[in-house]
Each structure stands twice: as C-alpha cells, then as structure tokens.
Design a protein around this ligand. Structure first.
Ligand code: GLU
Length: 286
C-alpha cells in the first residue's frame, strides 16, 4: 500500500495530551500500513508562535518514541511555493484582493463572505487575498466520521489564503505542502474536520490530489472544552511518561492490555502499531 502520513504541529506551544493522541494515531496508522511518517512544522503564523516551541515539540516527539522519517519540513522555508500557488490562481482569475474590515464582514452576525471585493482582481495595498469559491459541493469520506458534504460557497464563501499582514493562511500552506510531500493520508483532530472542505476546494483549483482523511475525536477538559494551548492544557512532560502513551491508546479505543502500561515506552508504541485498529475509534466529541 502506498502510504505517506504526516504530523503537522504549529509551534504555538508544547505538545499536550490532545496533540500526543493525534501524533500517536497518525504514527500508528502510517506504520501499520508500512508507510512513511513525515513531520512538518507549521511555523507560518509568526505572531502566534511561542519562542522555543518548535524545538521543544521535536524533543517531545523523540522522547515519546515517535520518530519521523526524513527531514523536518519547516513552513517558514516554503514562502516561494505558496507565492507560486497564489500566482497560479491569480493567472486564472480565481483570487481577489479584499480590504474589508472584520467589523464590515461580521455585520448581521453572518460569517459568510458577502462577495464585496470580488471585482478587485489585481494586488491592492493592505488587502487580504481571497479565493473565489466555485459553486458545488465538496464531498469526502472521513475514515471515522463517514461521508461529509459541504457547500463551501454557502457556508464560508470566498476565504482568505493570504492575510492582510502578508502571511499566508493555513488553508493554502497545508494544501500546497500536503501535495508537495506526497501525503496520502491525513490523520488529525476533529477540530479540523470543518476545514477539510475548504482544503478540497483549493486542491481542485490547484489541480492537486486529495488525500484520504481521518479525523480523531477530541480530548476534552472535565468542563467539556477542547484541550488546547488556548485552554492551558499542560505540556506532556519530559522526561517522557510512557503511561501517557498507554492512555492515548486507551482514549483511541485500542484496548491496550493493563500490563502494557508498565512496559518501556518503545514497547507501548510498538504494541500500538502492531495492534492498530482505526475502526475501533469512535466518532465522538465533535
Ligand atoms: N498545524 C495544525 C495544528 O496544529 C494542524 C494542521 C493539520 O494537521 O492539517 O492545529
């Protein structure tokens, strides 16, 4: 089976238990398929970055036995590729420059872009670049959440691919890099499920392959909020605590034997790969 997976953390903080679940699931899925598992550091949103987080994430992954194949791809080295993708879209009139303020756009509590600037087809100062979303539905079958359909044009509308401050948006970078790295399988948290349709729209416009998608149930705090850097989820500790890997497998309904918890962490990871059954993961917490 041809399989290339990836883990793509943003260095906005260290990995927490929720990110460990995503990393481990993606690692097990890739290795169970005899595939490659790549690491991409999504460091394009510089204002949100935490100094030192990228290094810390690499050390955390190594310490938890999640070693990646090949070199780490840092998105800050990829601006040229994002610019080329943007130019390709521009050459076909598929993007426009929008100076609307957030206040103008959220009037009436509507998050759907109203199309105000669709006629600005060439660069303007101090403007975001939006992609003109074609009519039609984006459909895909998520390996856990099943068939998904979204009419991006009606739900989100023309979305931003380069921000007003000049930074390329996640949607563009993720699509360009998944294609360049030959990613066949995206395994990530269900908080990104609703982004997938936009990514499929961009893949269509840029004539890129659409990978298979598997979104994972989210780990929640006791109050029901998502474990995240914003909700101050604690970093997974260093030196590594192997029992967290066991807990991650348990969270993913892999039914790891209790005795495995005491084993060295490489054994826990190996058990995870050898016994990987994504069909047991429940489409919950979304
Ligand atoms: N960098 C994104 C994040 O940390 C993940 C992107 C992805 O897996 O597509 O939330």
């Amino acid at each position: 089976m041809n399989y290339t997976g990836r883990f793509a953390p943003s260095p906005t903080g260290p990995l927490h238990f929720g990110s460990l679940v995503a990393a481990l699931a993606s690692f097990c899925d890739a290795h169970a398929a005899d595939g490659k598992w790549l690491l991409r550091m999504e460091d394009i949103d510089t204002p949100r970055e935490m100094p030192g987080a990228a290094d810390l994430i690499l050390r955390q992954l190594e310490a938890y036995g999640l070693e990646w194949d090949g070199e780490v791809l840092f998105q800050h080295t990829r601006h040229e590729a994002y610019r080329e993708a943007l130019q390709e879209l521009q050459s076909r009139g598929e993007i426009f420059w929008c100076r609307c303020s957030r206040a103008e756009l959220t009037r009436g509590n509507n998050s759907l872009y109203p199309g105000n600037c669709r006629h600005f087809l060439s660069p303007r100062d101090d403007a975001a670049v939006r992609v003109r979303v074609p009519a039609g539905r984006a459909t895909f079958t998520d390996r856990i959440f099943g068939p998904q359909t979204e009419t991006v044009e009606e739900i989100v509308g023309d979305f931003v691919i380069q921000r007003r401050d000049g930074l390329f948006a996640y949607q563009l970078a993720v699509v360009v890099d998944d294609a360049m790295q030959g990613i066949t399988d995206v395994v990530r948290g269900a908080d990104l499920l609703s982004n997938t349709a936009r990514q499929i729209v961009l893949q269509g416009l840029l004539k890129l392959e659409t990978p298979r998608y598997m979104h994972l149930p989210l780990v929640l705090h006791a109050d029901g909020s998502k474990l995240s850097k914003q909700t101050f989820a604690p970093a997974i500790p260093l030196p590594a605590d192997g029992s967290l890997l066991w807990q991650a497998l348990d969270f993913l309904h892999q039914q790891p034997p209790v005795a495995l918890k005491q084993e060295p962490l490489h054994e826990i990871v190996r058990w995870g790969v050898e016994n990987w059954q994504p069909g047991k993961i429940q489409p919950t917490n979304f």
